[in-house]
Design a protein around this ligand. Structure first.
Ligand code: HPA
Length: 270
């Protein structure tokens, strides 16, 4: 696995001149964020040795290298989901490659269903913790010590320091942000009413099909993570509750400017 990571990293290094300080993963409907980056190089996933290729609608499948808030960043426009059929090792492969490219902080975003009854569609939720038990752990398999320890501690998967900074940035800009626990599910089905109730009972404020495996791989490598969910639908409501991918994309898109502001200011402060 390390050889594959290093091959992909070496290829990308031939195309970019400087080290990125931050890696960014753009969730469903959040791809426009990429326009904020003064892109110096676009690298199609298909051109990178050993990279999986993205298939889901709303994800274009390329790495964007460039400048954001005066800092060099690398962004994934399109991520790999377990529900697409990728092995968890493939889901986290790009995160590992970005680490080898030199990033010091990982920014993750996603669209998620709200299960906290006080949430509204369009809310931003800073992820303060997660529940990983419903999706396979990407560290299952032989451990490579060069990446990290066999049994990583998970008391603070999402950096408290970064969360504190984000809350201050949001408050200064008059952006209302929630904070909560994200639970990952495999998808691709949205949850049944009973399942939304279950994950709510388990302590989750939001449910989604990404992010957690990526966070685990980052923490394994000692990489600080900051993650935000855009609440795109409310699973817990009692009325008829049909959820569509289009509605998720639309709600994520509408909330994107708030997320963009927070990410940009946080990167400026790195
Ligand atoms: N459930 C799971 N994943 C999601 C949801 C949801 O309600 N909304 C967006 N991604």
């Amino acid at each position: 696995m390390l050889t594959k990571i290093k091959e992909a990293t070496a290829y990308i290094k031939t195309l970019i001149k400087e080290e990125p300080v931050a890696g960014i993963v753009l969730g469903s409907g959040l791809g426009n964020f990429g326009r904020q980056i003064e892109v110096e190089k676009e690298i199609a996933y298909g051109d990178i040795p050993n990279f999986p290729v993205s298939t889901v609608e709303g994800h274009s499948g390329k790495l964007l290298f460039g400048e954001l808030s005066g800092k060099k960043v690398i962004a994934m426009s399109g991520r790999f989901h377990y529900y697409e059929g990728y092995h968890p090792h493939d889901v986290v492969f790009p995160i590992r490659v970005m680490r080898y490219l030199g990033i010091k902080t990982l920014f993750l975003s996603n669209a998620a269903g709200g299960t906290n009854t006080s949430f509204k569609v369009g809310d931003l939720m800073i992820i303060k913790d997660h529940i990983s038990f419903f999706t396979p752990n990407p560290l299952v398999g032989k451990n490579d010590k060069e990446l990290g320890t066999r049994f990583p501690d998970m008391t603070e998967p999402y950096s408290k320091d970064l969360i504190g900074k984000a809350k201050k940035i949001a408050a200064d800009a008059g952006i209302d942000v929630k904070e909560g626990v994200y639970i990952s599910v495999t998808g691709p089905t949205f949850e049944t009413k009973a399942e939304y109730r279950l994950v709510h009972t388990l302590g989750a404020d939001a449910v989604g099909m990404s992010t957690v495996q990526e966070t685990i791989a980052a923490v394994h490598m000692g990489l600080p993570v900051f993650a935000v969910s855009v609440i795109t639908d409310l699973g817990i409501r009692e009325d008829d509750n049909v959820i569509t991918h289009e509605e998720v994309l639309e709600a994520a898109h509408a909330a994107e400017p708030k997320l963009t502001h927070i990410f940009k200011e946080m990167i400026a402060a790195l």
